[in-house]
Design a binder for this molecule. Structure first.
Ligand code: GLN
Length: 456
């Protein structure tokens, strides 16, 4: 009741949700009745989860923020959603996003612009801006987002909440609408590291409906949230942390750099050994990412033809029906990606663009592997700045892309990363949050959660 009341109060200012479930209280009552009947409850019983609208839900529309899917309700739940429900979680609604996850501000939604709860004249980040704002404003307890190049981590940073991007393959992508399949992962938002970790634990594991989901056993992530004894002044003694030098270069706001340097000092106080580590290929991540992500999206989005899903623009002839449905259905950023990707993949340009970007991806993957052989965790800012004003970068796609510099490499390397608040810069009426990114070795989410939990 209280969460719903808060949702109603804040939603006119924030616009985080594209759809709110009308059965939340009924589901909660069912749980109450189970308690009265002494029936066993699942570990997520009564947990209110908001779900990004590019993740399929059988009882609610799933539009990916696009007109092309306006009014579309899938016939099934994504595996992550199914697991949450089976454990007793309640899906409160579907959250706003940049169309198909393409963007960094949530201004790219076809339906509405979401505001940052810290300052409603600013963006919440994106593309999972609705999910981040919803947790930040306590409209729900935890939420699901998706992260192809930073879409969980950057909005977590902008909204002052915890964002967790798992290793590629840790969570099934079944029911996540594909943007760039080799990069896409479902991730978690929470008010604390433990909340995000518990949600990740609930949705992790192999799924026969997603061939790229890993068969590795999922360790008990909840075991990482041990309380630290007040006598232990150095609970992270001996842990090796690498601060990525290239992420503190020019172009990063000084307030962000100093918050991250302070976080490094705090980790030292906790017993870590922190040094700077250089990843010379770091700046290559951005161009490689935008070529690969656009290429994959141009292929993935070909399924939206007005016949199989969602909106259809009637026409006399099949080809014009395809053309009109896509022309009217997709927004400008999605069209830009499809054009860029089609160009990068076309005969004659393939070697110079797509193939080369794949080679760069291999170099990046290797340089992260080498740095993580020497360190337990790498750290960096989650974004080069705090939340900026709505409209500020809307008409400058390159400036928007440049803001993804801190996060895209991690997707190219398929690694897990945790973002958590580490300070504030001036702005708004109460300051604006800054996020610290912790990057771990593949499938080492447990270590990230442990360190993050002790850090916060
Ligand atoms: N901003 C990046 C993009 O537009 C990342 C988006 C995402 O992770 N979904 O591609």
């Amino acid at each position: 009741d209280s969460f719903l009341a808060r949702l109603r109060l804040t939603e006119p200012h924030l616009r985080s949700f594209l759809h709110v479930s009308d059965s939340v209280l009924a589901q909660a009552r069912e749980l109450d009745e189970k308690i009265q009947r002494n029936e066993e409850l699942g570990p997520l019983a009564g947990v209110l989860v908001a779900v990004k609208d590019n993740i399929c839900t059988a009882e609610m529309p799933s539009t990916a923020g696009s007109r092309v899917l306006e009014g579309y309700t899938p016939p099934y739940d994504a595996t992550a959603v199914r697991k949450i429900k089976e454990l007793g979680g309640i899906v409160v609604g579907k959250t706003n996003l940049d169309e198909f996850g393409m963007g960094s501000t949530t201004e790219g939604s076809a339906f509405q612009v979401t505001a940052n709860p810290w300052d409603v004249s600013r963006v919440p980040g994106g593309s999972s801006g609705g999910s981040a704002a919803a947790v930040s404003a306590r409209q729900c307890m935890v939420s699901l987002g998706s992260d192809t190049g930073g879409s969980v981590r950057q909005p977590a940073s902008f909204c002052g909440v915890v964002g967790l991007k798992p290793t590629y393959g840790r969570v099934s992508r079944f029911g996540l609408m594909a943007y760039a399949s080799s990069l896409d992962v479902i991730g978690c938002f929470g008010m604390s590291v433990a909340d995000a970790g518990i949600l990740l634990y609930a949705i992790s594991g192999h799924d026969r409906l997603d061939a790229s989901s890993s068969k590795r056993e999922v360790p008990n992530l909840e075991a990482e949230f041990v309380s630290i004894s007040s006598l232990d002044s150095k609970p992270l003694k001996g842990l090796r942390i690498g601060l990525i030098r290239e992420t503190l270069d020019d172009g990063v706001d000084t307030g962000v750099t100093s918050a991250v340097r302070n976080a490094a000092l705090h980790l030292e106080e906790l017993g870590c050994f922190v040094n700077e580590v250089s990843l010379p290929s770091f700046s290559l991540g951005l161009p490689a990412y935008y070529i690969l992500a656009s290429s994959e999206s141009s292929s993935n989005l070909s399924r939206y033809d007005g016949v199989r899903y969602g909106n259809q623009v009637p026409a006399d002839e099949l080809n014009s029906q395809y053309k009109d449905s896509r022309a009217k259905g997709f927004g400008s950023e999605v069209k830009r990606r499809i054009l860029t990707g089609t160009y990068a993949l076309s005969a004659g340009y393939y070697d110079a663009n797509y193939k080369r970007a794949q080679q760069v991806r291999t170099i990046i993957r290797k340089s992260f592997k080498a740095a993580l052989d020497e360190h337990d965790i790498l750290i960096s800012p989650a974004a080069p700045s705090a939340a900026y004003k709505i409209g500020e970068k809307k008409n400058d796609p390159l400036a928007m892309y440049a803001g993804d510099i801190m996060t895209v490499n991690v997707n190219l390397a398929g690694l897990p990363a945790l973002v958590l608040p580490c300070g504030f810069v001036e702005g708004g009426s109460a300051g604006l949050p800054v996020g610290l990114q912790m990057i771990g070795a593949a499938f080492d989410e447990g270590k990230l959660l442990k360190v993050g939990h002790i850090f916060e």
